[in-house]
Design a protein around this ligand. Structure first.
Ligand code: PXP
Length: 247
């Protein structure tokens, strides 16, 4: 494979909702974040509607769908409640992720292999409605093969392990990178779109652009945290001007 594909950027806005909910306010508004992301060149908006609604809420999902048609990549757990919500709101894309109530964030990929009939059926139902389907899996060959058997359109590899190794153990990171690189090519040549997500920052994203068949990255936490430091100075100066009564 010689051709190099364009990489789309999906911006995950969950953590804007986390901040909003921490104070029980109406701001920061995830819809405003989605608008800024799309106006800044993001290709899609990713949001994970969790069972416990700890960040994104049902109303956020309907507002994103209403305001930005064709832009929502909805992340959901594989269960009846979420399947029905996806069918009702009809996002352009649905990424199926594992979910455990007690986890801080999505800690690993789906085990498609052990439950392939269920995932195959869920995938068929979503695809029949024209929703693009994606499975969030660890970069493991059997999980890729099982995802292919399910007929899913995209796989998104969980990058958490690689992103940690990138800063903690360069040699192991290179081994992990090679695995992700080769599996991406295998998935792509088997007809899947290849996406990457979880834990990516500027440096790790720069590195994964070396994977020629990579078509999408989904990034949230780093972008939201980085924007604090790229914006804090402005906000403080503006407030100081107000305090100085010469604003
Ligand atoms: N992709 C998927 C499937 C996710 O579940 C998440 C959030 O865990 C992300 C991408 C974004 O990860 P992060 O917020 O670490 O950039």
């Amino acid at each position: 494979m010689t051709e190099t594909l364009d990489i789309k950027l999906g911006v995950n806005i969950d953590h804007i909702a986390t901040l909003r909910n921490a104070r029980g306010e109406k701001f920061p508004d995830p819809i405003k974040a989605a608008e800024i992301a799309l106006n800044s060149g993001a290709d899609s908006i990713t949001a994970h509607l969790r069972e416990d609604r700890r960040h994104i809420k049902d109303e956020d999902i309907s507002n994103i769908i209403k305001k930005f048609p064709g832009k929502l990549n909805l992340e959901i757990a594989a269960n009846e409640e979420m399947k029905n919500i996806a069918l009702e709101v009809n996002p352009f894309s649905c990424c199926i992720v594992p979910e455990r109530r007690e986890e801080v964030t999505t800690e690993g990929g789906l085990d498609v292999l052990s439950n392939s009939n269920y995932y195959k059926n869920l995938n068929n139902i979503l695809r029949e409605q024209g929703i693009r389907t994606s499975f969030f899996i660890d970069p493991v060959v059997d999980q890729v093969k099982s995802s292919i058997d399910c007929g899913v359109e995209c796989v998104e590899f969980h990058m958490g392990k690689y992103c940690k190794l990138f800063y903690e153990d360069k040699a192991q990171a290179e081994i992990e990178f090679k695995k992700i690189h080769d599996l991406s090519i295998f998935a792509y040549e088997s007809g899947l779109e290849v996406h990457l997500g979880h834990g990516l920052d500027f440096d790790t994203t720069k590195k994964v652009t070396d994977i020629p068949c990579l078509q999408e990255v989904n990034i949230g936490f780093f972008l939201i945290t980085d924007s604090i430091f790229s914006g804090l100075e402005n906000s403080i100066k503006k407030m100081k001007d107000i305090c100085n009564r010469d604003f």
